[in-house]
Design a protein around this ligand. Sequence first.
Ligand code: SF4
Ligand code: SF4
Length: 245
Amino acid sequence: MTTPDFPADAFTQAGLNRQHIFALADLPSALRAGLPPLAGENRLILLGHGGRRLWDEVQRAGGGGEHPIDDYCRQTIARVFAGPLAGLPYRLLYPGHASVNLQALGELAGWHHASPFMLGVDAEWGSWYAYRAVILCRAEWPPTPVVERAHPCLACHEKACVAACPARAINQGFHLDRCADQRLSPASACADGCLARNACPVGAAHRYSEAQMRHAYALSLLTLRQWRQETGRPLDSASQPRTTR
Ligand code: SF4
Ligand code: SF4
């Protein structure tokens, strides 16, 4: 079967406006082994969103349930593989049960530069983007060139993010235990969002709406609370629970 063109517009229109195609053979062996690909699979598609559009599309589509963004992404991908990519077998690794190192893929794509508050930051989108799907398939699309943008924090002298954190959680490294204590404290100013993230001027035009922010941080706060109740332990960066941002 001849591979159809990659339907970038279909994903973009749906709000999945960041896309990167990897040749599986080019991935570091440890990353590839962690997937792992099945015989015949030769491409990995990383889909992400930047800015507010995805959330708007999720709302337009009805957006209910506990994980409306993941549900919407699954439905969108199924629709694209039943439409412009009809007949092309695929496997959705994420969202799903597979453990995929999203940040490692983001670094390889040139999307991720570490910010002091531990999210990726990018010269165009700031920290207002996230990984939304990882797909394996067999296709002949050329790999996407790596995004070459400088790390914004290297030229940032004010470090407004550091000053804005009420818990001093991002002074000389990130202190996840301080951040967790702050977020879990009664009437915390960080329950519904990260003041440090909001203070960063990079990509500010793409800052999420309040509704999207509330959704993302309510989920991560719930995860944090459950993790703290189950373990009773202070957090460290190696055992950080998965959060959706
Ligand atoms: S405020 Fe400056 S140091 Fe902080 S994330 Fe933004 S660019 Fe980086
Ligand atoms: S959520 Fe609050 S405590 Fe944690 S890094 Fe952001 S501003 Fe600091």
